[in-house]
Each structure stands twice: as structure tokens, then as C-alpha cells.
Ligand binder design. Structure first.
Ligand code: FAD
Length: 550
């Protein structure tokens, strides 16, 4: 009999023996009768003046002891019921070719892994390069070299997730979240991600994990093609018949999963031109804000700041602006991280945040953004894409047209003054910064809401308006600016055989939710189609620069 105990609060220096003792106390038994003890959740509880760890654990009791009856009246104690494993039965629709997955971010990767594990031998095409080649290209760009528009922080093996903070938080209780975390741990992430409330792996670890998953897909009979860009689609009577790769070769399609992410603007435009149903959606724009990490640690943990068991602190602020109906909020907070050049097109500039596993840069960053809605672009399907591009172009020019980012001290923004010099500031962005005024870069109403949000957060936590804090612009890629409409079977509402999936299609917002969306899509393909007769063949292999990697 497995028992789960929630809400065990212990001090920061507590050991496993202490947690066990606390669990035994809650169950009113002696610690020696506790067997098979393991932690299922650990969170930092800093709501009160004192900082604790809060644990949920699962235990079994030895046969020598009975659980006192009234213990189960405690709402923090429950019996763990074992759910019967769900078996997915393949469907009956004939599938001449194995499924094609377009895009190898978390949604495409997990869709492919799930299909491969069920014998569907998926073929993945990814416009960017494998993660090692990609790493070299990104580093060169950050050091002032040329931007590669196909292999950058957004594009290439692992998608936007590879150059990220690697936070693996998910808001949903879907059992597939566990599947994703289990798989990530099995392919090289630390085991603790399966039980920490706010799991984090860092860009360095996630890149290795992605590579290991690719090898597994290939081992199970799938294929992965890098340097293979979807450039066109052939539709006949509302059915997707073929896709074109690199403008040169066509492949027949039985089912195609479109998992291209929210920065695939050329794909959005191509689909719109072909009449695929899409609707505009809200997202958010703003800046990255950096603080010395010790300021954030003190703001969150007070006298406990710097305790070795805690690690660098994060934060989360929201503000509802009554005057405009917009919200301001912090997003994608990266403790001990760095701000990165996240452009994927020439002449456009975007910033984002990432961190390494150790989170040891000494600088905390977060997006601080304000919502924008289809009303801001007259409800046009591609209006949000144009809106992002206009801001990114403005930021590129304000930075000096060389991918240096426009930046400003927070204190100057609050005074509505441009920063004159950023010499010696804490900002981590490469290749460089140009002093600027965000009041000129952001649309006026957005800057005003951002200002009022910051003011309100500064009242709650004065440290947040720290005089060393620096803003870097511009943050535009917070989520997809449109949604590719799909039905209950996850197929495009007006293009049969096309499965829009993940963040770019408007159905996810983060690594884990994108991966879960990929799995759900794979499940639909499996329950609809019988296992494929043949693996999808790419005839003209010369049309693809990179060969399959083993
Ligand atoms: C810097 C940064 C930090 C982030 N940090 C976090 C974090 O800590 N935690 C978190 O949960 N989320 C984070 N995110 C968000 C997260 O990375 C995304 O939500 C997630 O990657 C979306 O997954 P996806 O598979 O839907 O799309 P993507 O990851 O965007 O992948 C899409 C892939 O499709 C490919 N593609 C596009 N067009 C084509 C085409 N025509 N042909 C072939 N391939 C194509 C792209 O090259 C890309 O590799 C971060 C994002 C960024 C940019």
C-alpha cells in the first residue's frame, strides 16, 4: 500500500532522515516502519518571513505496522491508487508512407519519439542543422559574425528549446508531462527534474538530451534530415498530397505534422497564401530586464539569501492596467542566466533569455512584457507577424544595424531619459549594446503600461527598481501571433492530412507543453492509421545538404 504525504515543511538544512522522520510523525508511526521512501515534489516556500522547503513524499509501510485509521482524515495524506496503463491501439486507415514531421523543436521531437516507439518510423525534416553545428554558428553570430538564417537560436535541432533556460515547468496536470520529464531524464537530464516543482536543466544539458533522443528515433527506424526546409505544399481537393523540400524535391505525404515554431514566418505566409485557415491571436511585447542576482535573492529570500541549498531566486510579477485593459507581466525568468541575441532574420533584432545548468552568471534576467491583441492590427491574420517585424526592425536600427541591442538603465526608463552610456553595466547580451531610449522604441501605449507595471512592482518590492538594473530590447517572440485552426482529430480544419502542432500552431507555450502537444498529435495519428507500409522515401537526397546523422 503506497501512501502519499503532502505539505511537509522543513528547514533548508534538513536531510533525508529529517524528511522521513517528519513523514513518520504525520503517519503516527515510528520511522523504522517506513519503507520505499521517495520524494515526489520539492518546492521552495518563501511566502512567510522564514524560507522552507515543502515536500510531497510517497512511502510504503512495513507489514509489521498498521496505519492508524484517523491518519487518512488528514487532507495531506492519501492512498496512491495505481492507474491501469492505457494501451494505444493502432487505427485501421491505410498509411502508404510513414508520417512526416516538419520541425524538430520539442513538439516535433516528442511527436517523432512517440511515433517511433510505436513502430511508425517517422521521418523528421528540420531546416536548421544538428545541435553541434548549430552551436558553432550561434557562437560565431554572438561574437559578431554573420547570422545564419536557418541555424540560429530559434532554428535547428531541438528548436527554440535548445538555446533556452531549460525551465521544464508545466501548468497542466496531464499525465504526459510525466512522460516528457521521464524521457528527458532517461536521455541524460538529472533525475531531480521528475520531482522538483520548478525543474531546470539549462541549455548545455538540453542540447545533449536532444541529441540522444534523435539517436533513439533513428535506432527505432525513423530518419532525421537536417538542412531540409519545407518550402511549399501541394494541395488537391482540400487534401495535402505532397510537400516540397528546399525548393527542389517533392515527397508524397500520408500525414504531415507541422511543428515549425512561432518564428517560421515564411511558413505562415505560405499557408496563408494557400488558404489554410488561421486566426490572429494575442501575444506580448517588451524588453528583457537584468538585475544583479544577489539583489533578486535578497528580494525573495531576505536573510536566507545565498543559502547553498536554495540556488539563485526567481520571481514572477503581474499587473493589470485598468486604463487600457492590457496586462504587464514578467515572463521566462532566468536566474543566473544571460540575455541572448535571438534574431532569425537579417535586419531584424530580437532578444531572449537562457541559462546554463549551473545558473552561475551572477545576473538574473526576465522578459517584462505587455499584451498586444488582434485589435492592434485590425484583426488581420498576419497582422501580428507584421507587428513583430516592425518592432524588430526598429530595434535593429536603434542598436546600430549590427545586431548590437538597444539598451537602457531601468532607472533612466523610469525617469523617461535615454541612457547616455552603459560602460561597465551588468548586461550580458553579445555582441554588444547601444545606449537607447525604450520610450522611443516601444509603441507609446505599451511603454506607458510597462512603466505603470514597473511602478506597481517597485511598490511591492523596492529592490526591483535597483539602480544597476538594465533593459535590453526587444522582446517580441513571447508566443505565436496566430493559430492554425485544427479540429478534434488535430487535423487542419480545411487541409486534410496536415496536423498543426506545438507553439507555432498556437497550441503550446514552452518546452514541456510543446512536447505534450507533440505526443497528443502522435496519439491521434496512431489511433487513426495502421502502421505504415513503407518508410517515407526522399528520392532526391542531393537536394538536402546534410545527410542523416547517426
Ligand atoms: C531563448 C529562449 C529561451 C526559452 N526558454 C524556455 C524555458 O526555459 N522553458 C520553456 O518551457 N520554454 C522556453 N522557451 C520557449 C520554448 O523554447 C518553446 O516554447 C518551444 O521550443 C516550442 O517548441 P516547438 O516545437 O513548438 O517549436 P520550436 O522549438 O520553435 O521548433 C520549431 C522547429 O521547426 C523548424 N522549422 C521552422 N520552419 C521550418 C521549415 N519550413 N522546414 C523545416 N523546419 C522548420 C525550426 O528550425 C525549429 O527547429 C524559450 C525560447 C527561447 C527562444
Amino acid at each position: 500500500m503506497k501512501i502519499r504525504i503532502r505539505g511537509l515543511r522543513l528547514g533548508l538544512d534538513s536531510t533525508e532522515a529529517d524528511i522521513k522522520a517528519e513523514a513518520a510523525k504525520t503517519l503516527m508511526v515510528q520511522p523504522k516502519f517506513i519503507q520505499n521512501f521517495h520524494i515526489v515534489k520539492k518546492a521552495v516556500d518563501a511566502r512567510r518571513k522564514k524560507v522552507y522547503f515543502s515536500y510531497s513524499v510517497e512511502v510504503e509501510l512495513s507489514n509489521a505496522v498498521m496505519l492508524p485509521k484517523n491518519v487518512l482524515n488528514n487532507i495531506d495524506v492519501s492512498l496512491v491508487k495505481s492507474e491501469p496503463e492505457q494501451v494505444l491501439t493502432p487505427g485501421s486507415v491505410k498509411m502508404p508512407w510513414s508520417p512526416l514531421i516538419i520541425g524538430m523543436g520539442p513538439s516535433g521531437l516528442f511527436c517523432a519519439l512517440f511515433l517511433a516507439r510505436h513502430g511508425y518510423r517517422p521521418v523528421v525534416i528540420e531546416q536548421g542543422m544538428d545541435v553541434d553545428t548549430r552551436e558553432q554558428k550561434v557562437e560565431a553570430f554572438w561574437n559578431g559574425g554573420k547570422l545564419d538564417v536557418l541555424s540560429n537560436t530559434q532554428f535547428g535541432e531541438g528548436g527554440a528549446g535548445s538555446f533556452s533556460d531549460g525551465k521544464l515547468t508545466a501548468r497542466s496536470n496531464d499525465a504526459r508531462v510525466e512522460y516528457v520529464l521521464r524521457a528527458l531524464a532517461d536521455f541524460g537530464a538529472p533525475e531531480e527534474i521528475t520531482w522538483l516543482k520548478k525543474p531546470h536543466v539549462g541549455t548545455d544539458v538540453i542540447r545533449q538530451v536532444v541529441k540522444a533522443i534523435r539517436k533513439e528515433i533513428i535506432r527505432l527506424g525513423g530518419e532525421v534530415w537536417f538542412g531540409a526546409q519545407l518550402t511549399d505544399i501541394d494541395i488537391q481537393q482540400g487534401v495535402l498530397r505532397r510537400v516540397e523540400i528546399n525548393g527542389q524535391t517533392q515527397v508524397e505525404v500520408s500525414a504531415a505534422v507541422l511543428a515549425v515554431g512561432h518564428s517560421a514566418r515564411n511558413v505562415y505566409r505560405m499557408l496563408h497564401q494557400k488558404g489554410v485557415t488561421m486566426t490572429p491571436k494575442a501575444f506580448a511585447v517588451g524588453v528583457r530586464l537584468e538585475h544583479p542576482q544577489e539583489v533578486i535573492d535578497y528580494m525573495q529570500y531576505g536573510e536566507f539569501a545565498g543559502h547553498p541549498a536554495l540556488g539563485p531566486a526567481d520571481y514572477n510579477f503581474t499587473y493589470q492596467d485598468r486604463a487600457t485593459g492590457r496586462s504587464a507581466y514578467t515572463f521566462c525568468m532566468c536566474p543566473g542566466g544571460r540575455v541572448i541575441a535571438a534574431a532569425s532574420e537579417e535586419g531584424l533584432l530580437a532578444v531572449n533569455g537562457m541559462s546554463y545548468a549551473k545558473r552561475d552568471s551572477g545576473v538574473a534576467n526576465s522578459a517584462v512584457v505587455v499584451t498586444v491583441t488582434p485589435d492592434d492590427w485590425d484583426d488581420e491574420v498576419l497582422g501580428g507577424v507584421d507587428y513583430q517585424e516592425e518592432l524588430e526592425e526598429k530595434a535593429f536600427v536603434a542598436g546600430g544595424s549590427n545586431y548590437h541591442a538597444p539598451a537602457q538603465y531601468l532607472k533612466d526608463f523610469m525617469e523617461r531619459d535615454a541612457s547616455s552610456s552603459l560602460e561597465g553595466c551588468i548586461a550580458t547580451y553579445r555582441p554588444g549594446l547601444t545606449p537607447a531610449n525604450m520610450w522611443k522604441l516601444l509603441p507609446k501605449e505599451i511603454a506607458e503600461v510597462l512603466y505603470r507595471g514597473l511602478q506597481s512592482w517597485g511598490k511591492k518590492a523596492p529592490e526591483f527598481l535597483d539602480e544597476d538594473a538594465v533593459m535590453t530590447g526587444i522582446e517580441t517572440r513571447t508566443s505565436a501571433p496566430l493559430r492554425i485552426q485544427r479540429d478534434a482529430e488535430r487535423v487542419s480544419v480545411n487541409l486534410r492530412r496536415l496536423y498543426p502542432c506545438g507553439e507555432g500552431a498556437g497550441y503550446a507555450g514552452g518546452i514541456v507543453s510543446a512536447a505534450v502537444d507533440g505526443i497528443k498529435t502522435a496519439e491521434k495519428i496512431i489511433s487513426t492509421y495502421a502502421r505504415p507500409d513503407k518508410r517515407l522515401e526522399i528520392q532526391d537526397k542531393n537536394a538536402i545538404q546534410a545527410s542523416t546523422l547517426k
